[in-house]
Design a protein around this ligand. Structure first.
Ligand code: NAD
Ligand code: DAU
Length: 344
């Protein structure tokens, strides 16, 4: 029986808190815990966006530090102030990792090493929650990956996450750093950067642009609403066993073509916008997780894909300024898409 950990009265370091999952998680924790302090350490790469956290920036329970998880001196100043770490900071887009893997190795692997190593030296943490990904297992046509299955990543992104995942595990085995690892499936919801499949397709459809579906469109992802993911992270912090790995998936396995069609239907747009384009190199066919372990802890997704997609589409319709600022004003976004479309 694991003794339950509490978040009340604690100071928690969230790395990568200005990104998609991080900003949803910070909102979730501040809404649900009146006595908590969150320190958000984020480098503000192209994917980090302080607009995601405008409504909490003056909250006395929240502190933002702009900085790099690879900066050992900075990390060594922050970690002594906290009882727990939720490590989300990473380079996260598979297509970018295919164009240039360097930053993925430096942040996802080396950055994770710096956090783990400083945490080990300082030594006061109650938990270090490492957010890995289901992509570390690789692809499978049938059946489900459980936590004990071998890792077989396909993309440079997934390989860098697999390196970080096993390094975090090694810091538990070797140094007894209180690491817990989660491997979540594809998240979707508000504040997701419009390079990822669902927000790209919603915003392109709103702009009347084509929806570039890779290959045959038959690849399958298991879609997890970000709020359900936040609830799972909270539960794992409270009840998860130190040293263990937990898959987090919602059993929403849907082929991309079907998701693309649902997006056009939600928006009342023509399916003719969907255009099959050259496939992603090494494109994983299917991700599928066995999630019995986290379900035994007491978690289950609460938001169906129909409801989650509806809420996500509505959010992008109501926050046009948020995504237009990225799509129209970010030089990085334009640079990436120039190169990306040259390849397709
Ligand atoms: P994101 O790309 O939206 O955000 C990443 C954040 O990390 C950004 O705010 C960025 O500025 C910050 N960051 C990047 N490099 C940094 C560095 N060197 N130092 C400090 N901050 C840095 O990512 P996301 O989709 O929110 O994913 C968060 C985490 O969850 C990642 O570790 C990712 O691998 C994992 N994950 C994501 C999904 C998903 O579907 N989005 C699924 C499973 C796992
Ligand atoms: O599975 C978890 C992972 O999910 C996370 O670890 C990653 O950080 C996150 O980016 C995501 O990876 P995917 O590669 O699955 O997500 P992406 O949104 O890039 O693509 C989802 C599916 O849609 C995939 O099969 C590729 C396809 N796709 C994607 C884009 C961007 C398209 O068909 N067209 C597109 O333009």
């Amino acid at each position: 029986m694991v003794e339950e950990r509490s978040l009340t009265g604690k100071t928690i370091l969230v790395t990568g808190g200005a990104g998609f999952i991080g900003s949803n998680l910070i909102h979730y924790l501040l809404e649900n815990y009146s006595e908590i302090k969150i320190i958000n350490l984020d480098k503000l790469t192209y994917a980090g966006n302080l607009d995601n956290l405008r409504d909490v920036e003056t909250d006395p329970r929240y502190e933002f530090i702009q900085g790099d998880i690879r900066d050992r001196a900075l990390v060594a100043k922050v970690i002594p102030k906290v009882q727990g770490i939720i490590h989300l900071a990473a380079e996260t887009h598979v297509d970018r990792s295919i164009l240039d893997a360097g930053e993925f190795i430096l942040t996802d692997v080396f950055g994770t090493f710096v956090l783990l190593d400083v945490a080990r030296q300082i030594g006061q943490l109650e938990f270090f929650l490492h957010v890995s990904t289901d992509e570390v297992y690789g692809s499978r046509e049938t059946g489900y990956f459980s936590e004990d299955d071998a890792l077989n990543p396909s993309s440079p992104y997934a390989a860098s996450k697999a390196g970080a995942d096993r390094l975090a595990h090694a810091y538990w085995v070797t140094y007894r750093l209180p690491v817990i690892i989660v491997r979540p499936s594809n998240n979707y919801g508000p504040y997701q950067y419009p390079e990822k499949f669902i927000p790209l397709f919603i915003t392109n459809a709103l702009e009347g642009k084509t929806l570039p579906l890779y290959g045959t469109g038959e690849n399958v992802r298991d879609w997890l609403f970000v709020e359900d993911h936040c609830r799972a992270l909270e539960l794992v912090i409270k009840k998860g066993k130190i040293g263990e790995v937990y898959n987090i998936g919602a059993n929403n396995e849907i082929p991309n073509i079907k998701v693309a069609r649902q997006i056009t239907q939600h928006l009342g747009k023509s399916e003719d916008l969907i255009k099959l384009v050259k496939d992603r190199p090494g494109h994983d066919q299917r991700y599928a997780l066995d999630c019995q372990k986290i379900r035994r802890l007491g978690w289950a997704p609460q938001v169906s894909f129909e409801e989650g997609l509806q809420r996500t589409v509505e959010w992008y319709c109501q926050h046009e300024e948020w995504w237009r600022k990225i799509k129209e004003k970010s030089s990085d976004y334009r640079r990436f898409y120039k190169q990306y479309y040259q390849d397709r």
